[in-house]
Ligand binder design. Structure first.
Ligand SMILES: NC(=O)c1ccc[n+]([C@@H]2O[C@H](COP(=O)([O-])OP(=O)(O)OC[C@H]3O[C@@H](n4cnc5c(N)ncnc54)[C@H](OP(=O)(O)O)[C@@H]3O)[C@@H](O)[C@H]2O)c1
Length: 321
C-alpha cells in the first residue's frame, strides 16, 4: 500500500529521511482493527520522529502519522485514539504507553491497524478531514485547558505561538468554553487570524499583556517560557505540552515561580474518555478544527515542509489519493 514513512533519521535535515512509496499493509492481529484511512493529519510529532525523537533507528522504516479518521471493515465511520498501551487493551497490561509511530505503524497510509479499544465512532456532524485533526493536537489542547489548567468560564488564558495545531485548537476551544483568550505570534497575519478565531487580542511574542492571566498554554518552549511565567497572576498555572523552539529557556524564572506560587503542569495527549468528550463537544457546539490545507497523501512532503518552516495556521490534512 502507498504510505509516507521515515526511512532514515536525520537530526539536522529531518525531511531527508522522509520517503513516499510502497509499504506492507497491516496483518491481522487478535484484538486489533484495521481501518481504511480517509484522512490523516500532520503533527509536529512527525517531524520529531524524523529527527529521531521518540523513534529509534531499529524501528525503521516507520509509517508516520498519529491521527486518522476512516472506515472499518464493517463500514463504520471511525476516529482512532492514538495512545496505545494506556489501558492494556490489545497489547497486554505490561506494555508501556506509546503513541502511534513510536512503536506501531502510523496513519499516513491506505490502512492502519490499532487495538479495537482505540477505535471510536466518528460523529456524523464532522467530516473525515475535520475528525482527523482531533486525536493529537486537539486532544492535547482539550486536556491542557479542561483537565490541567484549572480554569473555568470567565477566566483568562494566554496561548503562545498562535499558528500551531495545538495553539489554534486552544484558542477555539478556550473561546467556546467562555474563556478570555489572548494569543501571541511572530507573524502579524497570524495574530489577526488568532483574533478572527476568537482571541480577545493577539500580541508579538514577549509583549506585555493588558492583564495577568489565570493560565498559559505553552507549546513553543524556550522562546516563550519566560514570557509565559511573567504573564501569570499569582497562583496561576502554566500548562506545557511541547517545546518546539527547544527545552532550555535562557531564564527559567524560578524565583517568580516559587514566590508567586505558580503551578507548572506537564500535559501529554489525552485519554480515550477525553477524546470522546472532545468529539461530542465539537458535534454539539459547531466548533471545528482549523485546517490550513488539505493535500493528497502523495503530496505529503509539501505538508512536512510547511510545518518545518512554521508557516502554517492550523492543521495540515492528508487524504487518500
Ligand atoms: N505532549 C503532547 O502530547 C503533544 C501533543 C501535541 C503537540 N506537542 C508538541 O507541541 C508543539 C506544537 O505542536 P503542533 O503540532 O501544534 O506544532 P506546529 O503546528 O508545528 O506549531 C508550531 C508553532 O510554534 C510557534 N513558534 C513560536 N516560536 C517558534 C520558534 N522559535 N520556532 C518554531 N516555532 C515557533 C509558531 O507559531 P507562530 O508562527 O504563530 O509564532 C508555529 O506556528 C510541538 O513541539 C509538539 O511536539 C506535544
Amino acid at each position: 500500500m502507498f504510505a509516507a514513512y521515515a526511512a532514515r533519521i536525520d537530526r539536522d535535515q529531518p525531511l531527508n529521511g522522509l520517503e513516499l512509496g510502497d509499504r506492507p499493509a497491516p496483518g491481522d492481529r487478535p484484538g486489533w482493527t484495521t481501518i481504511n484511512v480517509k484522512a490523516a493529519s500532520l503533527n509536529h510529532h512527525d517531524l520529531w520522529s524524523l529527527r529521531g525523537v521518540g523513534l529509534s533507528e531499529d524501528r525503521l522504516p516507520m509509517i508516520l502519522g498519529c491521527d486518522a479518521a476512516g472506515v472499518d471493515a464493517d463500514g463504520n465511520e471511525v476516529v482512532l485514539h492514538s495512545v496505545i498501551g494506556q489501558s492494556g487493551h490489545g497489547v497486554g497490561p505490561d506494555e508501556p504507553r506509546s503513541i502511534l509511530t513510536e512503536k506501531y505503524q502510523g496513519t499516513f497510509a491506505e490502512q492502519v491497524a490499532v487495538p479495537t479499544w482505540n477505535v471510536l465512532r466518528k460523529p456524523k456532524e464532522l467530516s473525515f478531514e475535520e475528525a482527523a485533526c482531533l486525536p493529537t493536537a486537539w486532544l492535547t489542547a482539550y486536556r491542557m485547558i479542561f483537565t490541567n489548567a484549572g480554569v473555568r468560564p470567565g477566566d483568562s488564558l494566554l496561548v503562545q505561538g498562535a499558528g500551531g495545531g495545538v495553539a489554534t485548537a486552544a484558542i477555539v476551544l478556550g473561546k467556546a468554553a467562555g474563556l478570555r483568550v489572548f494569543a501571541t505570534s511572530r507573524d502579524e497575519a497570524k495574530r489577526k487570524r488568532a483574533v478572527d478565531l476568537g482571541a480577545v487580542d493577539a500580541f508579538e511574542p514577549g509583549a506585555r499583556l493588558p492583564q495577568r492571566v489565570d493560565a498559559v498554554i505553552e507549546t513553543v518552549g524556550a522562546a516563550t517560557w519566560s514570557h509565559s511565567v511573567k504573564s501569570l497572576r499569582p497562583g496561576g498555572t502554566v500548562v506545557i505540552s511541547g517545546a518546539t523552539s527547544g527545552d532550555r529557556p535562557s531564564h527559567a524564572e524560578l524565583t517568580r515561580i516559587f514566590f508567586l506560587e505558580l503551578k507548572v503542569v506537564g500535559s501529554t495527549m489525552g485519554t480515550k474518555d477525553e477524546l470522546e468528550d472532545l468529539l461530542s463537544f465539537c458535534a454539539a457546539t459547531g466548533v471545528r478544527p482549523v485546517i490550513d490545507e488539505v493535500l493528497p497523501l502523495d503530496r505529503a512532503r509539501e505538508g512536512f515542509e510547511k510545518m518545518a518552516s512554521g508557516e502554517l495556521f492550523g492543521k495540515i490534512v492528508l487524504t487518500g489519493s
